[in-house]
Design a protein around this ligand. Structure first.
Ligand SMILES: [Zn+2]
Ligand SMILES: [Zn+2]
Ligand SMILES: [Zn+2]
Length: 386
C-alpha cells in the first residue's frame, strides 16, 4: 500500500511517517516538487527520518514525477510505502486512481504548529520568524488560489486532527487507529453492503429517521429499500404521514404511521421466492419489532445493523427465537479523527458487541471525564514534526 500524508506546516506529517517506518515497516518515498517552495516551509520541512533499509537510499527513492513514482509502487504495491510529498491536486488525482493508495491528511491548531515550528528552528540553530509571518506563510500554504492545499486535504479518506501534546500520545493514538489496515483501501463485504444501505437511506423521505436496507444472498444484492410513504401517496416529508410530521416520540403512535420501513420495502421488493437460506439483511438501523417479525417469517439467516434503536431488545428476542443471527457492524474509523481522544479498543472490530459505544458518545464522555475545556489553554509539549 501507499499512504500519502498531507497537511499544514508542522501538523505532524513527518512524525506519522516516522511512526509508520519504525513500527510498521513502511519505506519513505519522495516526489520532486516542481513549484517553488516558500522559504519558511522549506526550513520547516526538513526532518531526519531514519531509513531502516540501507540498501535503498533517499536518492533512489526520489522520483521526478508522479507517473514514475506510481510505476515504481505499482510493481511493489504489496510492500508498504509512505510519502509526504503530496504537492497538488494533480498528484492526488493520479494517486487516487490506484487501489493501493490511501490519502491521509493531518491538521493541528496553529498555536500547536507554531510551538513545534519554533522548536524545530531552535533544534537547527535557526531563529524563528515572527508569529505573524508564520501565520501568513501558513495561509499561503493552505489557501493561496493556485497552490493552496486546503481543498486537497478534504479529499483525504482519513483526516487526522493532531492536537496531541507529545510524540508518545501521538504514537499511542496512531496505534489505536491501525493505519496499515488495508480495509480502508478496499471495503470488506460488511462495509460494502452497509455503505449501500447508507446510500439507500439517503433516498428516504420519512420525517422521522433515514433508514436504508440491502438484502443480500451469496454476496449479491437481491433488493434494496428505504423508508417512506407507499407509492402514489405524497412523500412523508411533503406531509404524506400525519404521525411522522407531528413529531411523535420514537416508537410512539406507530399504529397511525403510513410510512413503510426500509426492511419492509426490501422484503416486498425481493418477494418470498428470492429469499432463501443464507440471505443477509444489512440495515443502517437495528430493525424494529414489527420488521423483525417479518424478517423472521421470510427465512432470513442473518441481520447486520450499524446503529442501535430504542426498542432493540424485543426485536432481538424475536430474531433469536426465529434462529436469525443479529450482529452489529461498525466500520473502521474514517473521516475526521481527533488523535487527542483515543477510541475504545473494540470500536473498529467487526461484530463488536451491541452496546459498543458510539464514537460521538465516547468523545463527549472523554471530554467530561478529563474536565477538558476548549477555552482553556492546554500545555503544549514540543513536537518537532512536519
Ligand atoms: Zn414517515
Ligand atoms: Zn409515519
Ligand atoms: Zn421497522
Amino acid at each position: 500500500m501507499l499512504i500519502g500524508l498531507c497537511g499544514g506546516i508542522c501538523a505532524g506529517k513527518s512524525s506519522i511517517a516516522s511512526y509508520l517506518i519504525e513500527e510498521h515497516h513502511f519505506k519513505r518515498i519522495y516526489l520532486a516538487r516542481t513549484a517553488p517552495t516558500p522559504a519558511v516551509e522549506k526550513s520547516a520541512s526538513y526532518t531526519h527520518i531514519p531509513t531502516p533499509d540501507t540498501s535503498l537510499d533517499e536518492e533512489s527513492l526520489t522520483f521526478p514525477d508522479v507517473e514514475s513514482l506510481l510505476h515504481f509502487v505499482t510493481l511493489r504495491w504489496r510492500e508498504r510505502w509512505v510519502t509526504t510529498d503530496i504537492w497538488d491536486e494533480t498528484v492526488v488525482d493520479m494517486l487516487m486512481r490506484r487501489p493501493f493508495f490511501l490519502l491521509v491528511s493531518v491538521d493541528a491548531p496553529v498555536s500547536a504548529r507554531w510551538e513545534r515550528f519554533k522548536a524545530r528552528c531552535a533544534a537547527q540553530g535557526m531563529s524563528p520568524p515572527l508569529l505573524g509571518e508564520f501565520v501568513l506563510r501558513n495561509d499561503a500554504h493552505l489557501f493561496s488560489p493556485a497552490t493552496g492545499l486546503a481543498t486537497l486535504l478534504h479529499r483525504a479518506r482519513l483526516r487526522l486532527l493532531n492536537s496531541t501534546t507529545s510524540l508518545t500520545s501521538l504514537r499511542t493514538a496512531l496505534a489505536a487507529l491501525d493505519l496499515p489496515n488495508d480495509v480502508r483501501l478496499r471495503p470488506s463485504w460488511d462495509q460494502y453492503f452497509m455503505q449501500l444501505a447508507d446510500l439507500a437511506a439517503h433516498r428516504s423521505n420519512c420525517m422521522k429517521r433515514r433508514v436504508g436496507c440491502v438484502l443480500v444472498r451469496e454476496k449479491r444484492v437481491v433488493s434494496t429499500g428505504y423508508n417512506g410513504t407507499p407509492r402514489g401517496m405524497k412523500n412523508c416529508n411533503e406531509g404524506g404521514c400525519t404521525r411522522c410530521n407531528q413529531g411523535s416520540h420514537a416508537g410512539m403512535d406507530l399504529g397511525t404511521c403510513l410510512c413503510i420501513h426500509a426492511e419492509e420495502n426490501a422484503l416486498l421488493e425481493a418477494g418470498r421466492d428470492r429469499i432463501r437460506e443464507g440471505s443477509i439483511l444489512y440495515c443502517n438501523t437495528c430493525p424494529c419489532l414489527t420488521c423483525s417479525v417479518k424478517i423472521t417469517q421470510v427465512g432470513i439467516s442473518e441481520v447486520v445493523y450499524k446503529e442501535a434503536y430504542s426498542i432493540d431488545s424485543k426485536a432481538s428476542d424475536i430474531l433469536a427465537s426465529g434462529g436469525v443471527r443479529l450482529r452489529q457492524f461498525s466500520p473502521p474509523r474514517a473521516g475526521l479523527v481527533d488523535l487527542s481522544v483515543s477510541a475504545p479498543e473494540d470500536y473498529c472490530s467487526p461484530g463488536a458487541p451491541n452496546d459498543a459505544i458510539l464514537n460521538r458518545d465516547y468523545l463527549h464522555m472523554a471530554q467530561e471525564l478529563s474536565g477538558w475545556d476548549e477555552n482553556e489553554g492546554r500545555p503544549i509539549i514540543l513536537d518537532p514534526s512536519g
